[in-house]
Design a protein around this ligand. Structure first.
Ligand code: HSE
Length: 429
C-alpha cells in the first residue's frame, strides 16, 4: 500500500531551512503530484526554539536535540541543514535505521562521505547532498542520473562564490582585495569563518564531493593540494589582463594515464574559456565526458532559495523512492581505487611577478634560477618602477610544478629581489 504522507524531520531552521519550508508550502500541489504523496514536516530541531522565525511552525514538534529527531518514529526522511561535524551522529543514526538523509553539509560529505554512503547502502537508505556543492546547480543529480555511466576526462570548476565575487570585483572595479572581501561579506554568501572560502578549503570540499560522483573515486578532501587567493594583488589581475587571461579560483580534476590530477588553486585562464564568463557569486562546473563531450553547469552556488531548491530536489527523489519502496543510489556504486598524480609531477605553465633592484645582471640571475631547474621563459615584460625598482612579469612554458616552485624559491633568495615573488599557475589546456 503506497504511503500518502512522507514524514520529514528537519535539523536546522536557518535561512535555508526557512527557504525550504517556504518552497514546500508554495509548491505543495506540484510536489504532491511529483511524489505521489504529501510531504509533511513532523519535527524540527533548532538550537533556540524561542527565537523568532519568519516561517510558520504550527503543527510541527520543535525540539533542540537533533539525535532525537533522527531517531523519531514519525520521521521517514531526515533533512540536515545545521552543518558541521556535530551532525555526524544524527546522520549516522538515521542511515543506520534505514532512513534516507538529504543534507547541505559539505564538511560531512567531504570528510565522511565514503563511510556514510556505505552505511546507507547497507541499510537500504540513501544520502544525497545536491546543496553541498554548486549550491542551486543540479550537477550532482545530473551525475547521479543522466551522466551516471559517463567516463569523464576532466572536471574544472569555480565552486566558491565569495572568492569569485572578490576576484570579479577586483578585476572589474579596480578595488583591492580587502575592499572586495568586505563587499562579499556584506552580501552574505561568505562562510561565518571566511578563511574557509579564502584558503580554498571550501572549494576542496566541494571538489571531493563532485569527484566521488564524476570519477567514482573516494578522495579525502584534506589530501587535495590546496591554495587560496590570500595575497592576490590588483596588479596580478592587471597583468593577467595584459596577457589575455582572467583569474579564477579553480577546483581541478584531470584524469590522465598516470592518475587523477586533483588540485585547488587560483589560476590564470584564457578569456575565451566559458569559465572566464562565470563572474561574481556565480559558480560554474565544466566537464568533459567521453560520450557527451563538453558541458558547462552554471548558476548560483549559494543563497537561501537556490540552496533550498537543491534540497527540495533531493527530497523529491528520496520521497519518490520511499513511496515506491526502491532506491536508486548507493549499493551499485563501486568506487575506483584511488590513483593520483602528485602535484610535484603535474606539468603546467606559470605566471611569475618579481619586484627587483633595477641594475645590471639581475635579470641574468633570475634567468639562471629558472634555467637551473629546467624552466623555460615563454614571455616577459618589465616595467620601470620607483625607488630604483623594476617589476618583471614572466610567463613560463609548461614545466614540472615542482621545478617551477624550486626556481621561485631560488629567486626569492636573490639579494636583488625585494618582495616575495608572486607565482600563479596558468590553466590553459
Ligand atoms: N561560502 C560559500 C561560497 C557558500 O562562497 O560559495 C556556499 O557553499
Amino acid at each position: 500500500m503506497p504511503s500518502s504522507v512522507v514524514r520529514i524531520g528537519l535539523l536546522g531552521c536557518g535561512v535555508v531551512g526557512q527557504g525550504f519550508l517556504r518552497l514546500l508550502r508554495e509548491r505543495e500541489r506540484l510536489i504532491r503530484d511529483s511524489v505521489g504523496a504529501t510531504l509533511r514536516v513532523t519535527r524540527v530541531a533548532v538550537r533556540d526554539p524561542a527565537k523568532h522565525r519568519e516561517c510558520d511552525l504550527t503543527g510541527i514538534r520543535v525540539a533542540t536535540d537533533p539525535l532525537a529527531v533522527a531517531n523519531a518514529e514519525d520521521v521517514d526522511l531526515l533533512i540536515e541543514l545545521i552543518g558541521g561535524e556535530s551532525m555526524l551522529e544524527p546522520v549516522r543514526a538515521a542511515l543506520q535505521r534505514g532512513i534516507s538523509v538529504v543534507t547541505a553539509n559539505k564538511h560531512l560529505l567531504a570528510v565522511h562521505g565514503g563511510e556514510l554512503e556505505r552505511l546507507a547502502a547497507d541499510s537500504k537508505s540513501t544520502i544525497r547532498s545536491e546543496a553541498s556543492a554548486g549550491g542551486g546547480i543540479p550537477v550532482l543529480q545530473a551525475l547521479e542520473h543522466g551522466l551516471r555511466t559517463e567516463h569523464f576526462q576532466f572536471l574544472v570548476a569555480i565552486l566558491n562564490g565569495t572568492t569569485n565575487y572578490i576576484l570579479s570585483t577586483m578585476e572589474r572595479d579596480g578595488r583591492d582585495f580587502a575592499e572586495a572581501l568586505q563587499a562579499a561579506q556584506s552580501l552574505g554568501f561568505a562562510e561565518s569563518d571566511p578563511t574557509l572560502d579564502l584558503s580554498g578549503a571550501d572549494t576542496a570540499q566541494k571538489l571531493a564531493i563532485l569527484v566521488r560522483r564524476a570519477f567514482r573515486m573516494d578522495v579525502a578532501y584534506g589530501s587535495i593540494p590546496t591554495e587560496g587567493i590570500i595575497g592576490m594583488e590588483l596588479e596580478d589581475l592587471r597583468q593577467a589582463d595584459r596577457f589575455g587571461y582572467t583569474v579564477k579560483l579553480l577546483g581541478i580534476a584531470l584524469l590522465n594515464s598516470e592518475g587523477l590530477d586533483l588540485r585547488v588553486h587560483p589560476a590564470f585562464i584564457p578569456k575565451r574559456y566559458l569559465l572566464a564568463a562565470v563572474r561574481d557569486e556565480f559558480n560554474g562546473i565544466y566537464l568533459r565526458g567521453e560520450a557527451t563531450g563538453s558541458m558547462l553547469f552554471y548558476g548560483k552556488g549559494a543563497g537561501a532559495l537556490p540552496t533550498a531548491q537543491a534540497v527540495l530536489g533531493d527530497v523529491i527523489v528520496a520521497a519518490r523512492e520511499f513511496v515506491a519502496g526502491v532506491r536508486f543510489l548507493g549499493a551499485a556504486e563501486k568506487h575506483e581505487p584511488e590513483r593520483r598524480l602528485p602535484l610535484d609531477a603535474v606539468r603546467t605553465k606559470y605566471y611569475l611577478r618579481l619586484i627587483v633592484e633595477d641594475r645590471p645582471g639581475v635579470l641574468a640571475q633570475v634567468a639562471a634560477c629558472l634555467g637551473g631547474t629546467n624552466v623555460s621563459v615563454a614571455q616577459m615584460f618589465q616595467a620601470e618602477g620607483i625607488r630604483g625598482e623594476a617589476s618583471i612579469t614572466i610567463l613560463t612554458h609548461e614545466a614540472r610544478d615542482r621545478d617551477v616552485r624550486e626556481a621561485v624559491k631560488g629567486i626569492a633568495k636573490l639579494p636583488a629581489v625585494r618582495k616575495t615573488p608572486r607565482a600563479v599557475r596558468i590553466f590553459d589546456i
